[in-house]
Write a protein that binds this ligand. Structure first.
Ligand code: ADP
Ligand code: ZN
Length: 211
């Protein structure tokens, strides 16, 4: 990796599914293309919403294709030394090593833009997103609309056969039959976790009584 004097930085676009992270990433990449910057775009191969192809075009006819990656090492290997802007979509599916990679790229003078879902379906930090948020110079947390009440949504609701999925399921379901909705904190349901929390609160309550 070439070390250049320049103002490298890390920007994270975080938020729930459907909050417009990809739209915002595309907007920033399109503007970088208009500015004539050399841009590389990556996305996790786990995301197939774009039918395997994810291309961003600017109105002046320049375009780039997203390069699929499965881990942070592949990002490091694929970045060309003369690249000025590195954009990564669906970063929640990558490993924690992506933190060192984006730091190294920013130290080398590149502008790094990372988009990802910051919380898993339980409401816990998703993959490396918490660590990336801590390291970023700039953070934008986007909200969707809660499909239940219409308030700003921050949580991913996992549903299996239309019912809220319990906390024990895997964080990443590949090819599963589940669906997702954007919901606010109040409308977000994780049955087993909710029950466990209630039991903990009750136990604490009894503890207080015994003092
Ligand atoms: P993300 O990358 O955060 O998943 P996208 O940029 O792919 O989001 O999609 C955002 C778009 O999703 C919105 O512009 C809107 O048209 C659509 N959408 C679907 N459901 C919702 C919702 N519940 N709240 C907000 N936008 C939604
Ligand atoms: Zn709600």
């Amino acid at each position: 990796m070439l070390h250049r004097a320049g103002h490298g930085s890390v920007e994270v676009v975080a938020g729930v599914m459907f909050s417009g992270k990809s739209e915002e990433l595309i907007r920033r990449v399109r503007r970088a293309l208009i500015a004539g910057r050399r841009v590389q775009l990556f996305k996790s191969h786990l995301d197939d919403r774009y039918g395997g192809q994810f291309r961003i075009s600017s109105h002046d006819g320049r375009q780039i294709d997203a390069e699929p990656v499965s881990n942070s090492v592949q990002v490091a290997e694929k970045v060309r030394p003369d690249t000025q802007v590195v954009a990564i979509d669906e970063a929640q599916f990558l490993d924690d090593g992506i933190c060192e990679v984006v730091d190294a790229l920013a130290d080398a003078g590149m502008r790094v833009i990372v988009a990802g879902t910051d919380m898993d379906f339980r409401g816990e930090p998703f993959g490396p997103m918490g660590l990336l948020l801590a390291r970023a110079e700039r953070i934008d947390k986007l909200h969707a609309i809660c499909v239940v009440c219409g308030d700003p949504a921050t949580r991913n609701q996992r549903l299996i056969d239309g019912k809220p999925a319990p906390a024990e399921g895997p964080t990443i379901q590949v090819g599963g039959a589940e669906t997702y909705e954007a919901r606010c904190r109040r409308c977000h349901e994780v049955p087993t976790r909710d029950r466990a929390q209630r039991e903990l609160l009750l136990r604490r309550g009894r503890g207080w009584e015994g003092v």
